[in-house]
Design a protein around this ligand. Structure first.
Ligand SMILES: [Zn+2]
Length: 341
């Protein structure tokens, strides 16, 4: 064992709802089948905030953080899939390690260990030279956005409305733009997030309290009659806000053959008129996680077709970890907060 085995490190650990701490832990060293990654950048996810604010079903204490990128600094003698110095991003949905979601490690740590990596090399994705660690840490949320777009099967020329432009909604705007979809209208209560949506390619980004949604979409895109009722024209609706009543409103205003993609957790069960879903031929589609999108998104960042820099509102040092959660928790002042190490 090398001297690093006994060195100490900091780990962001959830002890109970509202009780997040930077703990000391022993720095891991790789066994024959393991690798150790020095974390360089880690994003704070809505899920992390949810765990911090409401607690977790995984049990505590629980290390947090699943959106991270870093360098391989310790490689077990039998490992074939990665080598010293590799730049890697953690592909959370394709790893059994469950980092930051009940697993042994979390990305808000100076170092993480990935055990038995050759049995599941897709747990990591190599970072091309042209992608920074900060941007590599965004591949996880961007993959959630990309999967939602894939589920929606959006085509160039279609019109889109995005409700809620936190990091996932912003990723949807950027991902649509990268595919040549130009008619994107975003709605959000936060002025900062609306400004970021415009920067990432939305044609309009509006406060729904001042621009009622159905009226605004009708004015911008015209109306189509369905069974004698005038409804705004919009091909695809992304519900990323989780706001009370938003999905019900979308289902009511959806036009003939509109697709409605639900990407956000919903605050309550929804009752809606299923006969209208039938008569309007509305497609109501769920999207969760990213079974296959992670490497695609990394490639799009590498070739420049996807630009997500505007999603990052703050880069804060790991020493400022607890404050970073307070910043990220305020939708009015933050979108994606990236911790740097
Ligand atoms: Zn995430």
């Amino acid at each position: 064992m090398s001297e690093i085995g006994r060195a100490m490190m900091k780990v962001g650990v959830l002890h109970a709802a509202g009780d997040l701490k930077l703990d000391e832990a022993e720095r891991p060293s790789a066994g024959p089948d393991d690798i150790v990654i020095k974390v360089v950048a880690a994003g704070i996810c809505g899920t992390d905030l949810h765990f911090r604010n409401r607690g977790t079903r995984f049990g505590t204490p629980m290390p947090l953080g699943h959106e991270f990128a870093g360098e391989v600094i310790d490689v077990g003698a039998d490992v074939k899939s990665y080598k010293l110095g590799d730049r890697v991003a953690y592909n959370s949905n394709n790893s059994p390690a469950d980092m930051g979601r009940g697993g042994e490690c979390g990305g808000f740590s100076d170092y993480v260990i990935l055990r038995g990596v050759d049995a599941h090399p897709q747990s990591l994705c190599m970072i091309p030279d042209s992608v920074s660690y900060d941007h590599a840490a965004l591949v996880e949320p961007l993959s959630v956005s990309e999967h939602a777009i894939n589920r929606a099967e959006v085509e160039p020329g279609e019109s889109v409305a995005v409700f809620g432009v936190g990091p996932i909604g912003l990723g949807i705007v950027a991902g649509l733009k990268a595919r040549g979809i130009d008619d994107i209208i975003a709605f959000d209560l936060s002025p900062l997030r609306r400004e970021r949506a415009l920067a990432m390619g939305a044609r309009l980004a509006l406060d729904p309290r001042h621009y009622p949604v159905a009226e605004t979409l009708s004015r911008e895109r015209g109306m189509g009659k369905v069974w004698g009722v005038d409804l705004p024209k919009t091909d695809v609706y992304f519900e990323v806000s989780g706001g009370r009543g938003v999905l019900a409103d979308i289902m009511a205003m959806a036009n003939k053959r509109s697709r409605v993609i639900v990407v956000a957790m919903q605050p309550e069960p929804l009752t809606f008129d299923v006969s209208r879903l039938m008569s309007k031929e509305t497609s109501l589609i769920g999207a969760s996680g990213y079974p296959s999108e992670f490497p695609e998104v990394m490639a799009k960042l590498a070739d420049g077709s996807l630009d997500a820099e505007a999603m990052i509102t703050h880069r804060l040092p790991f020493s400022d970890f607890l404050n970073a959660f307070e910043v990220a928790n305020d939708a009015n002042c933050a979108a994606k907060v990236v911790i740097t190490f």
